[in-house]
Design a protein around this ligand. Structure first.
Ligand code: ADP
Ligand code: ZN
Length: 720
């Protein structure tokens, strides 16, 4: 009798499919298999040994079973949980697990040679040198043996032919060496030690969450490394999530100093072959520690025993593509399902995590002081109404003077502006024409280094024209507002002798160049850094003493429920780049509203004031974490289709107590990649069963037809 099993395929189907198991093949839940799907063969995962009760003769058969450790039970439950929570088809979550299909097959064996026991009839000096090395039974690669013996490869070939050397499969090399928990343990300060004691104790137990909440430079990394060491001693695997891992090469160095070996690295800039090897060795348990981007959460660990989310507040943890998920939240879920501890680390915790800590759901570990007696920077606001920049400029004389003084002392400054390119808007001074993206309702951003106008949302770009395409007038295009490139121009005028470096993710050379530049800054090879938010993220610049925020109000203008929180975090992190290695340092905030509560809290160094107010506001409006939100984005190729569908959905909404639907409204970016977008916002109380209600509502609404697409974003971070 043929067996049937249910197999989850990495496709947007809402449930597993049933396949027949061919005779002679045994499969268990979690096994990775190859199955036919239409004309294709796809890698998929056995979900359950009981398939639907269908006559196996009518079913298609599993083609092959991969020689690979099965996906653990808890990982399958995690996939289901994420699918249910995010309202995504489980197959699309599994697709994130099966991201390195090459890893399903064992790597090809590497052939080596060892002594077979005999001696050649004719011995030469070269043959003897080879055999002297091989006689102890060690297996060598052909070239390695020839090289070590100072003989040519043909000498080794000759011995193989004679049967004096025999072929063996060499044990494969682990991708990264085993980290050693005792390698470079630091002497912790008392504060650090008490926090480390708590996380180490937790690391020995089951599920718990600790919020490691310490000012920038307080040694949070050193503290959670102790928990990593503890998990390693217990023989378990560890995952450390980092928001910008591709740019934090220094993190890998630090890890190596502490543990004597690098962690496995997982992010999109790792070469495909290395990713496949990592995926496999995570599944076999050979790789013990992975440092990765959010997608590392879906790696098939054999025995994950600790998960650290560094910079847990960072918005890079939210994926807004296909499956919309927040890696920090899902990390906690993964810990709960598999029953291991989770550490969330940040100098500026998310309101959600802080509330959880205050309510006792998370352990709250505070580090109030920087390591080594370094002081936090003094923060000053520069009121732009009283100290405006000169006409056409963006740097107030007060900030210019501070930078000049810093430069004179041979120290570094950072000018921060969260805008790439030269100017966010270009217009014609004669007819007023504004350059807009043909695919999106956004302005094109001028990039003067490249002589291009670019859309930062869809990637459209066109050469900057000389004449206005509307009225034809030459040389009358005006740049409106600043970007980092324009700021650099102003800085060069103001500080002609300083070495100025512009750091922006869109400059030529990509990640490699950025890494080099970050290193150069750390080594003091430039005097003034001009950068976008990527300089804010966790870097250690020992010589940085002065940070100027060009437009502290920028993020507050967004007006979405998270604007205040995000601005507070960004400004704290950016100014926190200053003075990490000691010495007096200052952060300057250029603002038109110094009395704004967010700016004021930062200026007074009173973070409690900010959090208290923000938490109270959220609570009174029942916003997260005191209520829940879900965004529904309806888009289509035509405005009519999108609008009709969005309105139809709204009409179908039968709102029970505790659930309210707002909208539809045109999205702030109404057209994106040639699609028209409407948003509905669902608000729910904590008690309401939001997911169940949403699935029911979406199923009862109008059928998704034509070019219409409906995206569900649970716990939205972005409202564009
Ligand atoms: P955070 O993660 O809180 O920003 P880090 O862990 O990066 O702080 O520490 C800031 C700096 O201080 C780093 O250069 C780190 O090596 C150093 N440091 C922190 N604690 C210690 C310690 N106990 N011994 C030696 N150096 C430390
Ligand atoms: Zn566009």
């Amino acid at each position: 009798m043929t067996e049937t099993v249910s197999v989850l395929l990495p496709i947007p189907a809402d449930r597993p499919y049933t396949y027949a198991v061919p005779e002679g093949m045994a499969v268990r839940p979690g096994d990775h298999v190859q199955v036919p799907l239409g004309p294709r063969q796809v890698a998929a995962t056995v979900w359950d040994v009981d398939g639907d009760k269908v006559d196996p003769k009518k079913l298609r058969q599993i083609t092959d079973r991969f020689d690979c450790p099965p996906l653990s039970d808890d990982m399958r439950r995690f996939v289901e949980w994420v699918a249910h929570y995010t309202l995504s088809p489980p197959g699309m979550v599994l697709r994130m697990v099966l991201r390195a299909p090459g890893g399903l097959e064992p790597p090809a064996a590497i052939i080596g040679y060892r002594w077979a026991g005999g001696e050649p009839e004719r011995m030469t000096a070269a043959r003897n040198r080879v055999l002297e090395l091989a006689r102890d039974g060690t297996a060598w690669s052909k070239s390695g043996l020839a090289h070590a013996a100072g003989a040519s490869a043909s000498v080794v070939d000759g011995l193989i032919k004679l049967g004096v050397l025999e072929e063996v499969a060499l044990p494969h090399q682990p991708l990264v060496p085993m980290p050693d928990p005792g390698h470079g343990a630091p002497a912790l300060t008392d504060d650090q030690q008490s926090a480390a004691d708590v996380v180490c104790e937790a690391a020995k137990g089951g599920f718990s969450v600790a919020l490691l909440d310490g000012v920038t430079g307080s040694g949070k990394t050193e503290v959670y490394f102790e928990a990593v060491a503890e998990a390693l001693k217990a023989g378990r695997q560890v995952l450390i999530l980092l928001p910008e891992i591709a740019l934090t090469a220094s993190f890998l160095d630090r890890f190596e100093e502490r543990f004597g070996a690098r962690p496995g690295e997982w992010h999109s800039d790792v070469a495909p072959r290395k990713r496949e090897l990592l995926w496999r060795q995570v599944a076999t348990g050979e790789v013990r520690v992975v440092a990765g981007a959010r997608s590392a959460l879906f790696l098939p660990f054999a025995d994950l025993g600790l998960l650290v989310v560094d910079e847990e507040h960072d918005s890079a943890y939210k994926q807004e593509d296909r499956v919309f998920y927040h890696a920090r939240d899902m990390a906690v879920v993964r810990g709960r399902i598999r029953d291991f501890p989770v550490i969330l680390s940040s100098a500026t915790p998310s309101v959600e995590s802080l509330v959880n800590a205050q309510r006792g759901r998370y352990r709250h570990l505070r580090l109030e002081n920087r390591f080594g007696g370094a002081a936090l920077p003094d923060i000053c606001t520069i009121d732009l109404r009283r100290n405006p920049p000169p006409r056409g400029g963006f740097i107030s004389p007060v900030l210019a003077e501070a930078v000049a003084k810093t430069f004179e002392k041979g120290e570094q400054s950072l000018l921060f502006l969260n805008r790439r390119g030269y100017a966010p808007l270009t217009l014609c001074r004669v007819c007023g024409h504004r350059f807009q993206c043909p695919n999106c309702t956004t302005w094109l951003v001028e990039h003067r280094f490249r002589n291009q106008l670019q859309c930062h949302h869809c990637g459209h770009s066109e050469p900057t024209p000389q004449a206005c395409p509307h009225c034809g007038t030459f040389d009358h295009l005006a740049a409106c507002g600043p970007g980092v490139e324009r700021l650099a121009e102003e800085a060069v005028d103001l500080f002609p002798d300083a070495r100025i470096l512009v750091l922006s993710s869109d400059l030529m050379g990509g990640v490699k160049r950025l890494r080099l530049e970050l290193e150069a800054i750390a080594k003091g090879e430039c005097d003034i850094v001009i950068g976008t938010q990527l300089v804010a993220k966790g870097h250690n610049f020992p010589l940085m003493r002065c940070v100027g925020v060009i437009d502290a109000d920028l993020g507050l203008a967004n007006g979405d429920p998270r604007a205040a929180e995000r601005t507070f975090q960004l400004l704290s992190q950016v100014t926190g780049r200053a003075g990490r290695a000691g010495g007096a340092s200052t952060g300057y905030l250029q603002t038109y509203q110094p009395e704004h509560p967010v700016i004021d809290a930062i200026a007074r160094g009173d973070r409690e004031a900010f959090y208290e107010r923000e938490i109270a506001n959220r609570e009174s409006a029942a916003l997260p974490p005191f209520g829940r939100l879900a965004a529904i984005i309806v888009s289509a190729g035509s405005k009519r289709e999108a609008e009709d569908h969005a309105r139809g959905l709204r009409r179908a909404a039968q709102m029970p107590e505790g659930i309210t639907v707002l909208g539809p409204a045109e999205a702030p970016i109404f057209m994106l990649r040639e699609r028209y977008r409407y948003r509905l916002l669902v608000h729910a109380t904590l008690k309401a069963k939001l997911q169940d209600w949403l699935s029911h509502w979406l199923a009862s609404g109008p059928k998704v037809r034509g070019s219409v697409r409906v995206q569900v974003d649970i716990d939205p971070q972005s409202f564009l």
